[in-house]
Design a protein around this ligand. Structure first.
Ligand code: ADP
Length: 270
């Protein structure tokens, strides 16, 4: 393992000179530690649903004579399998965004399109919840980046807002511009998050209430994915919450104005 770190160090030394050495070494060690933690967490998280499915299959075998019981177990196996496949999907998504610091296929992205796509992805899931969209002032707002990634990020925020609220409450999605940044906010009237937890919700696999998150099919990866995508776009994601009152998650992304378009083009040409 330490060989890999030293390799990175020598590579960086040859290319950039000695000054960067310490920093690159720490970075390489940090990347390696993060990777190791991630693998450990993934294995741990996968064990739970796989264990449950195994147990259900065994129990089902014992209950073979009782069609009602078989049906019941089959139903539970289906929901465990569903959860497992959602988890695997999010693991793949996170390792994809973690692995890249540059954006693949970056291009001008219309914020309206991202919002309507993310909202429509959540329509069926919303059931009783009412998603209200306020695009005030978002007309023609653009950012430079990846539309599918931004849609994933916003969709994760919207699905959380729905998951952690009572049915038939309101979820508001609004867009505004603020000092060269585009701000997309998702506001719910749900259970909210306490201050101690709010500081940790962006960590991978962190869930405030594992039982509730499990029943909503949560993996604890959604917000980590959002954070990566925001950072990759030169932006950030912030959260505000009052327990019992609701939460607001805000994505802030650099707005792509006319000047920036030219600069980005020149930069590419250079
Ligand atoms: P999960 O898949 O569990 O939803 P996330 O990374 O998306 O994982 O969120 C991490 C945790 O943050 C959730 O388990 C939940 O406890 C909390 N959380 C996220 N969004 C909200 C929200 N809108 N309202 C209340 N709690 C939330």
């Amino acid at each position: 393992d330490s060989d890999a770190v030293i390799d990175v160090r020598i590579g960086a030394l040859g290319e950039h000179g000695t000054l960067l050495l310490a920093d690159d070494l720490t970075r390489a060690v940090r990347v390696e530690e993060t990777r190791r933690d991630f693998v450990a967490n993934v294995s741990h998280e996968l064990k739970t649903p796989v264990g449950a499915i195994t147990l259900l299959a065994e129990t089902m075998e014992d209950a073979a004579e009782d069609p009602d019981a078989v049906r019941r177990f089959a139903g539970r196996m289906q929901s465990e399998t569903h959860r497992l496949s959602h988890l695997v999907q999010e693991i793949i998504e996170l390792s994809r965004v973690q692995g890249t610091s540059a954006l693949p296929d970056a291009e001008p992205v219309e914020i309206d399109d991202v919002v309507s796509e993310a909202v429509s992805l959540n329509r069926n899931y919303a059931l009783g919840a009412k998603i209200e969209v306020a695009l005030g002032g978002a007309d023609g707002l653009q950012v430079f980046g990846s539309a599918p990634m931004l849609t994933t990020a916003l969709s994760n925020l919207i699905s959380n807002a729905i998951a952690y609220s009572d049915p038939r409450t309101r979820v508001g999605v609004s867009v505004r511009r603020d000092g060269g940044m585009v701000e997309i906010s998702v506001k719910d009237q749900g259970i909210g998050i306490s201050k101690e937890n709010l500081e940790r919700v962006f960590e991978r696999f962190y869930r405030v209430d594992r039982a509730r998150s499990r029943s909503t099919g949560g993996s604890g990866l959604g917000l980590a994915i959002v954070k990566h995508i925001a950072n990759d776009h030169g932006g950030e994601v912030t959260a505000w919450s009052l327990p019992g009152q609701g939460s607001t998650f805000t994505l802030r992304l650099p707005e792509m104005g006319r000047t920036e378009t030219i600069t980005a083009g020149e930069r590419r040409a250079a």
